[in-house]
Every structure is written in structure tokens, then in C-alpha cells.
Design a binder for this molecule. Structure first.
Ligand code: CP
Ligand code: NVA
Length: 304
């Protein structure tokens, strides 16, 4: 049994498989061809933080694969009343076939996985957001081909998304140019990259964007860090992706944002709503890659 708790839980060969399955599963969806290999399976969705894309993509995706979904939040379950994670994991995993969790510390999802009888998927923690990067790389591949050897510019917070981009670069052999305000650097221990050449850091965000094939950013304040909002607004003022940053990237460079976005904060409206932006494809692809991921975790390498 495999869990998907961070991007480094799968290898390059497994990613190649999942991306190809995502392409096939997306094509079936687009041509209204029913594909229901998980008809007897149940997905438990556990949310301790808010979500739009993650909930809709997992819930719709599981129904489309023929399965069903149970949705739990902290407020309406015993999770919010201090039932031990170990006990919750034992119970939920006896009644369902796969679990997705969005929570705070990575240690919580790791503990859940350790006591779960079924695969557990990380739907975002403070430290990582692997399903989003899975969708982002699939989106890049759809528009520009293989990501191997390409350069991704990360402008902004050294957060869960940034850590996961570094892990992906290490595994899939591309480079991340990271620019964060001082005090908000990526955590190299969390990213855990083996190849130190897979990323480089830049003080000036425009320098990070120079020659990039993809420019990407995220909110200045992630969920759970709201108390730091005002301090962050001041610290991040120069880390807004603008047309001038896009202008130094490759002419064919794409712009991505995992969403939700704040126009006029981390990105200018003319970038996110401009011709280089693929944010809506990126959001939609959460659906297709996660269907491929669930298929892989539950059924292995199926080929129909
Ligand atoms: N990008 C993303 O995970 O969006 P949600 O917070 O809406 O799920
Ligand atoms: N870094 C953001 C991503 C939201 C999808 C957060 O953790 O809130």
C-alpha cells in the first residue's frame, strides 16, 4: 500500500505513468466516455482548512470514477473534539478505501497514515501541496511538452507550494529559481532535495524570472498564518508578479497560480488574466491528475 503524503513519495517512473493516465482519463472525460473503475470504492475527504478546488476536484473525480465520497470537517466530526488522530485513522480507514486530508502540520497526516489501513493523500499541509504540483506539471506538459531541463521561477513565500516545487525539480530533473523576501526562504530540510543543483535562490524576483519557462507564485499569507497578514503585506510588497517580470522570462513562458489569487497583491491582474496565464487549465487539471492518482493508488497500473 502506498500513501501520497509528499511529492517525493513517488518516483519519476511513477509520475510518467500517472501523467499518461491523466491524459487518457481526461480525454475520456472530454468525450463523455464513462470510466468507472472505482465503482465499489469510497473516498473520505477530511478538511481542517477551507477549500474550493481540492474539494470539488476530489469529490467530482471520485463520483466520475464510479465511487462515492464522505466529507468530514473539523467542525462537524469528532476530529474537532480531540479524538486522537490514531483512533480516527483506525476507524475511518476501516469504513472507506482511500482518504484525502487537508490539515495543518505534516506530522498529523503522517500519524494518520501510520494508523490507516488504506492509502492517504495529502490535500495540503503547512509544509506541502503535492496534488497541486502534480496538476501544475501536467498543465505545463500539455502546453509546452516535457518539463525536464526547464526552469520554473518561484516568486513569493517559501511555503508549502515552494517546498513541493523543489521536491518535484529534484525528482523530475528541472530547475527552480526561487526568490522570497528575507525571513521567508524555502526550508531546505523540508524540501529534502538530494540534488542541490535543482534550485537556485535570488534576492531580486526579476532575476529569478530571467529566462524562465514558467513563472509562478502564491498568496503572501497561507491558511493558518493569518495573524502575520500585516507584516507579510509589508515584507512581500516587491514580490508581486508583474508584466515586467514576465517580460524577462522566455517569450513562451507560462504563468501559473494555484489559486485562490489576490490580484494586486502577489500578482497583477494583467498577468493572471493575460495571455500567458494558464490558471484555469491548471485548476481543471486537479480533477484529471487526482483521478489518475487515485486509480494508481487503488488499482496500480491499469491499462484500459
Ligand atoms: N489550489 C487549491 O488547493 O485550492 P483550494 O484551496 O480551493 O482547494
Ligand atoms: N499556500 C496556500 C495554498 C492554497 C491552495 C495555503 O496554504 O493557503
Amino acid at each position: 500500500m502506498k500513501h501520497y503524503l509528499q511529492f517525493s513519495d513517488l518516483n519519476a517512473d511513477e509520475y510518467a505513468w500517472i501523467f499518461e493516465r491523466a491524459r487518457i482519463i481526461k480525454a475520456k472525460f472530454k468525450s463523455y466516455e464513462a470510466y468507472q473503475p472505482l465503482s465499489d470504492r469510497t473516498l473520505a475527504l477530511i478538511f481542517e482548512k477551507a477549500s474550493t478546488r481540492t474539494r470539488v476536484s476530489f469529490e467530482a473525480g471520485m463520483y466520475q470514477l464510479g465511487g462515492s465520497v464522505v466529507h468530514l470537517t473539523t467542525g462537524d466530526s469528532q476530529l474537532g473534539r480531540s479524538e486522537p488522530i490514531e483512533d480516527s485513522a483506525r476507524v475511518i480507514s476501516r469504513m472507506t478505501d482511500i482518504v484525502m486530508i487537508r490539515t495543518y502540520e505534516q506530522s498529523k497526516i503522517e500519524k494518520f497514515a501510520a494508523f490507516s489501513r488504506v492509502p492517504v493523500i495529502n490535500g495540503l499541509t503547512n509544509e506541502y501541496h503535492p496534488c497541486q504540483i502534480l496538476a501544475d506539471i501536467f498543465t505545463f506538459m500539455e502546453h509546452r511538452g516535457a518539463i525536464t531541463g526547464k526552469t520554473v521561477a518561484w516568486v513569493g513565500d517559501g511555503n508549502n507550494m515552494a517546498n513541493t516545487w523543489l521536491q518535484a525539480a529534484d525528482i523530475l530533473d528541472f530547475k527552480v529559481h526561487v526568490s522570497t523576501p528575507s525571513g521567508y526562504e524555502v526550508d531546505q530540510v523540508l524540501a529534502g532535495v538530494k540534488n542541490q543543483q535543482c534550485f537556485a535562490t535570488f534576492k531580486d524576483p526579476t532575476h529569478a524570472c530571467a529566462g524562465a519557462d514558467l513563472v509562478t507564485t502564491d498568496v503572501w499569507t497561507s491558511m493558518g498564518y493569518e495573524a502575520e497578514n500585516e507584516t507579510r503585506r509589508a515584507a512581500f510588497a516587491s514580490w508581486r508578479v508583474s508584466q515586467s517580470m514576465m517580460a524577462v522570462a522566455q517569450p513562451e513562458a507560462l504563468f501559473m497560480h494555484c489559486l485562490p489569487a489576490h490580484r494586486g497583491e502577489e500578482v497583477d491582474a494583467d498577468v493572471i488574466d493575460g495571455p500567458q496565464s494558464v490558471v484555469w487549465d491548471e485548476a481543471e487539471n486537479r480533477l484529471h491528475v487526482q483521478k489518475a492518482l487515485m486509480e494508481y493508488l487503488l488499482l496500480g497500473r491499469v491499462t484500459d
